[in-house]
Design a protein around this ligand. Structure first.
Ligand SMILES: Cc1cc2nc3c(=O)[nH]c(=O)nc-3n(C[C@H](O)[C@H](O)[C@H](O)COP(=O)(O)O)c2cc1C
Length: 154
């Protein structure tokens, strides 16, 4: 199955999981670049607010065409219990180009189910989901559930 991992990451947690998934699946990877600055406290507050009000953003042009892939694995940090504006924008702009989808997220606490439900509403039912806490990312405590996730995808 031709697979693309697409993700957004502000502080590298989601990036780490995305890179590991792509490496295990030996597939292509695309980082979403949000053209709005998300740096510092103002970036945090503004980003959180935009996520809460289901806002969109402007993204840098994609390097990969999602329509060329059988499966697109979409990863986001949880912001305010929701998907990030970058991932919301990617899904809105590429909805018709998506074949099968799988989701993953990283988060400090919970809200993974709410985030995945929101992503499903925007696109379609995922073949698999994976939620990893930031603490687990930092301490490499996610290998077992990552393997399980990969197993569902293959
Ligand atoms: C603006 C903002 C809002 C956040 N809101 C939540 C939240 O509602 N629930 C949660 O568990 N974590 C929340 N977090 C924490 C992030 O989801 C978590 O640190 C994640 O791993 C960051 O991913 P990244 O390093 O790829 O950017 C928030 C972080 C930011 C920056």
């Amino acid at each position: 199955m031709k697979t693309l991992v697409v993700y957004y990451s502000r502080t590298q947690n989601t990036k780490k999981i995305a890179e590991e998934i792509a490496s295990k699946l030996k597939c292509s990877i695309e980082e979403l670049i949000d053209l709005k600055s998300r740096k510092g406290i103002f970036g945090y507050i503004k980003g959180g607010h935009e996520a809460l009000v289901k806002g969109h953003t402007e993204l840098w042009d994609l390097r990969h065409d999602p329509s060329k892939y059988d499966l697109v694995i979409i990863g986001t940090p949880v912001w305010g219990g929701m998907v990030t504006p970058a991932v919301r924008t990617f899904i809105r702009d590429n909805k018709k180009k998506l074949g099968k989808v799988a989701f993953f997220c990283t988060m400090a606490g919970k809200s993974d189910q709410k985030t995945f439900a929101g992503m499903e509403k925007l696109s379609k039912k995922p073949i698999a989901t994976l939620a990893v806490r930031s603490r687990e990312v930092k301490k490499d405590l996610y290998e077992e559930k990552l393997e399980e996730y990969i197993g569902k995808i293959l």
